[in-house]
Design a protein around this ligand. Structure first.
Ligand SMILES: NC(=O)c1ccc[n+]([C@@H]2O[C@H](COP(=O)([O-])OP(=O)(O)OC[C@H]3O[C@@H](n4cnc5c(N)ncnc54)[C@H](OP(=O)(O)O)[C@@H]3O)[C@@H](O)[C@H]2O)c1
Length: 327
């Protein structure tokens, strides 16, 4: 099969190779998928680019997310038949063989049905981005009638968070550092109010928009950089859900002086959800997609042969949508 891989870490153009390798065979309990699309996430290019660490395996076929059709079934798998349209998640988590290849063989729990109204390219965005957003929106209970704040709403995760929160009946306030063009994109995703994240009086604007109550739930892309701000806009009993920590490895939480005395703080690492949460998350993502509640922001499609270009593009752009590789 054709596949892309790296055997050392470094810049995409220096370390990514595309060539022939043996097609995997499905072990018992596994599903072999003929992939048509593979999604790139920050974790994929950060691991490949991190020259302080060796690759986790002698050869890594990168990427966790993908979509395609079932090509063969391992012993004991009865939930699928050859030809079924599916999406997959966590393919390269703690495994050498990800989705930047024509085939991947995965435990059946990592393989899910792809709704008919979702293309393979769109299905390759459902793993890390949609699952993280779904869990971040649902982790603190019902959102009906509540207000959710989503900074970074042009992001892969943020854009889905806006849509899941609206789907669940919340009012969504979002922000972007990308100006009016980005604000329009976020309004088109369904956000009720989009503010400038660089505005000096952003907190006052959010408090004004909530009659001084504050927001009930924050889907936070940069907790260390935003904790103080988030504390200043959170309503009593509000929840902050952190899925990213780009600016610093630690965060300072106020013991006194924040608005929400009964604040809860949640941390998400999507690869390591428990089995029930994985199931609920995947089923919820599928239900929202089937109902037509999700727009998928694809920012670029590259053929597998151009995998290095695809990585370079993904890591040098932000907020422009998903970068998908096709095969
Ligand atoms: N914990 C997990 O399981 C998990 C899962 C997925 C991703 N992540 C991590 O989450 C981060 C985002 O991933 P992604 O795929 O959504 O990235 P992305 O598509 O590049 O989006 C990041 C967005 O964040 C916004 N942004 C940048 N700096 C910000 C700041 N200081 N405050 C608020 N917003 C800011 C930008 O939007 P504007 O410029 O429009 O404001 C940008 O669109 C990455 O670090 C990734 O590794 C973690």
């Amino acid at each position: 099969m054709r596949a892309g891989w790296f055997e050392k870490t470094g810049p995409a153009q220096d370390v990514i190779v595309v060539g022939e390798m043996n097609r995997p065979e499905p072990a018992a309990g596994e599903v072999l998928v003929r992939l048509h699309a593979s999604g790139i996430n920050p974790s994929d290019y950060k691991r490949r680019a991190n020259i302080k660490m060796k690759p986790e395996f002698p050869r890594v076929v990168p990427h966790s997310d993908g979509a395609g059709v079932v090509a063969a079934l391992g012993a004991g798998v009865t939930a699928y038949k050859v030809g079924d349209r599916v999406w997959v998640h966590s393919a390269q988590w703690a495994r050498p063989m990800g989705t930047a290849a024509e085939y991947v063989s995965l435990p059946q729990a990592q393989v899910r049905r792809l709704p008919d109204n979702v293309s393979f390219e769109e299905g390759a965005c459902l793993g890390i981005p949609a699952m993280t957003a779904y869990h971040a929106v649902h982790i603190a209970g019902s959102l009906k009638g509540k207000t959710v704040y989503v900074p970074g709403a042009t992001g892969r995760v943020g854009a889905y968070a806006v849509q899941f929160a609206k789907w669940r009946g919340a009012r969504v306030i979002a922000s972007t550092g990308g100006g009016e063009a980005s604000a329009k994109i976020i309004r088109d995703l369904g956000a009720d109010l989009v503010l400038d994240r660089k505005s000096a009086d952003l907190a006052q604007q959010i408090l004004q928009a909530t009659d001084q109550r504050g927001v009930d739930h924050i889907v936070e892309v940069d907790l260390p950089g935003s904790m103080g701000f988030d504390e200043s806009i959170l309503a009593e009993r509000g929840a902050i859900v952190s899925f990213g920590a780009a600016s610093a490895p630690t965060v300072a939480v106020s013991q006194t002086g924040r608005r929400a005395r009964n604040m809860s703080l949640h941390f998400i690492f999507v690869y390591m959800l428990d089995e029930l949460t994985f199931d609920a998350t995947c089923n919820g993502v599928i239900a929202a997609a089937q109902e037509g509640a999700l727009k998928h922001r694809i920012g670029g499609v590259f053929p597998l042969e151009k995998l290095a270009d695809a990585h370079h593009h993904a890591e040098t752009t932000s907020g422009t949508g998903h970068i998908v590789v096709t095969m």
